[in-house]
Write a protein that binds this ligand. Structure first.
Ligand code: ADP
Ligand code: MG
Length: 361
């Protein structure tokens, strides 16, 4: 099912001040193609949960429309939208078994939709197999690991064969290893069922790794949508550039004079941009150490993680939270000249942003 958000806005009266309006979702428009997994990504408080709640009908839009396929669902009650929802806290019924938890949404089908006990159990077993918990059907939630509980919650959301699956930070309560496993499970389940899925997270790596498309949000506003690699390679603005990638992009104060880009006094490359002060973003993998490198830095230390060699160094014009973090190719020798290290910058890993609106130039 294709999902379209058309100039969707949601305002709340502030929880802190009754005279203040909070615009949690601000004129949000995007189209999610049928059968894709979308990672909705942004910092805490940017409006991700509100967006999901609008889509499933738990919240009413202040303005704008929501379509599933060609159907306008903006004013449909949640139970008529055919949406499965999974939250961070699995919200299982503790006194019910796994099977009873999964069957629960089917119990209140009325009239001709009513299912026999056998039909309900068959459906429950089918989705339990899909999420690989069919061996645990008679256990209670307290006898399951966090990852297993979350899979029960996913099975419960899938049992009514929804047209749309919404997952709100479903992995946040799991430890690192289970997070990794469960996200791969979610990817597999989504591919097998082909259900259009929105996966909310504040973790960029999580979103990048399993999404067909990512949508970045900040302060209720959509920042960029695209395939993960495309957005990483072509960020529209400084926020997007900083939000994607670990280690994060390194940001410098710079200026363009006569089509020459400077970081401090160092003339680092040519750029066909009008004279102005700019922010320069350089991805960690964008630094090439070289005896005659143009960017001059103070060497601090090396870190090796087994796969990567990271050189950490300092430059007065770097305004990232930490010092400059680089990832150096194995075959690039590191020339440390009495504590000074010089780099050339890879042009396709170097981004220039306007100081006025932080958009890419
Ligand atoms: P996220 O899920 O990205 O962390 P939310 O969608 O929960 O963000 O919240 C977005 C903004 O809307 C926040 O500033 C939050 O405080 C505010 N907000 C969310 N729900 C309500 C509500 N029911 N009443 C008042 N403000 C709300
Ligand atoms: Mg949230």
């Amino acid at each position: 099912m294709k999902i379209v958000l058309d100039h969707l806005t949601k305002q709340f009266i502030s929880r802190h001040n009754k005279n203040e309006i909070v615009t949690a979702v601000n004129d949000f428009s995007f189209e999610i193609p049928d059968g894709k997994l979308i990672g909705l990504l942004g910092p805490s408080g940017c409006g991700k949960s509100t967006t999901l709640n609008l889509i499933c009908g738990l919240e009413q839009a202040t303005e704008g429309k929501i379509y599933f396929g060609d159907l306008d669902v903006t004013n449909l009650p949640p139970e008529n939208r055919g949406v499965g929802m999974v939250f961070q806290n699995y919200a299982l019924y503790p006194h019910l078994t796994v099977r009873e938890n999964i069957v629960f949404p089917l119990e209140n089908f009325k009239g001709e939709n009513r299912l026999s006990r056998q039909e309900m159990d068959d459906k429950a077993l089918e989705v339990a197999k899909l999420v690989q918990i069919d061996q645990l059907m008679e256990r209670r939630p307290s006898e399951l690991s966090g990852g297993q509980q979350q899979r029960v919650a996913i099975a419960r959301a899938l049992v009514k064969t929804p047209g749309v699956l919404l997952l709100d930070e479903p992995l946040s309560n799991l430890d690192a290893r289970l997070r990794l496993q469960t996200r791969e499970q979610i990817r597999r389940i989504q591919k097998e069922t082909g259900i259009t899925t929105i996966f909310v997270t504040h973790d960029q790596e999580e979103a990048m790794s399993i999404s067909d498309y990512i949508v970045l949000m900040k302060d209720g506003l959509m920042q960029q949508m695209g395939k993960p690699q495309e957005v990483y390679d072509n960020p529209d603005n400084l926020f997007v550039a900083k939000f994607l990638g670990t280690p994060a992009i390194n940001v410098f104060e710079g200026k363009v004079v006569d089509h020459k880009l400077y970081i401090g006094e160092d003339y680092v490359m040519d750029k066909d941009i009008d004279d102005q002060e700019v922010y320069v973003g350089v991805r960690p993998e964008g630094f090439i150490p070289s005896k005659d490198g143009k960017l001059i830095c103070k060497y601090d230390r090396m870190e090796t993680t087994g796969r990567d060699t990271s050189v950490i160094c300092h430059n007065d014009y770097c305004i990232s939270d930490e010092d400059i973090r680089t990832i150096i190719d194995d075959d690039d020798p590191i020339e440390n000249d009495n504590g000074i290290i010089r780099f050339n910058l890879k042009p396709h890993k170097t981004y220039i942003f306007s100081k006025e609106d932080e958009k890419v130039l």
